[in-house]
Design a protein around this ligand. Sequence first.
Ligand SMILES: O=C(CO)COP(=O)(O)O
Length: 138
Amino acid sequence: MNIALIAHDEKKQHLINFVTAYEPIFKEHTLFATGTTGKRITEEVGLSIERLQSGPLGGDQQIGAKIATDDLDLIIFFRDPLTAQPHEPDVTALLRLCDVYRIPVATNAATAEIIVRGLANGWLDWRSIQDSVGAYHE
Ligand SMILES: O=C(CO)COP(=O)(O)O
């Protein structure tokens, strides 16, 4: 599975802790991340990640583009709901595309726990057989 990992600044340590806890699962998959998030995960957890631009510089839009081309299967995006983001429209657009293409997305640790445990149990295997682009029009 292709998995995107993203966290706003106030949530980055939460994501680091989360990815560390589930490192045996994440290391089995292909990981992408926005710039600063990816840098920290690489340095602090040691996982190999394809880093995109930092969120405010277009990273969320790059993640969105990968969703639109069916190149991502799961998004874990620890959002900070208490701090205004300069690129809020990009965040909204990214989450919208998750709904358009039926991409599982976790925006907090509680949901991420369920999804990652499901991932390990094969509950996301349907991703590899569905035509996600067509799915919206069913
Ligand atoms: O801003 C972000 C998501 O909206 C995350 O970007 P960084 O990982 O570069 O901090």
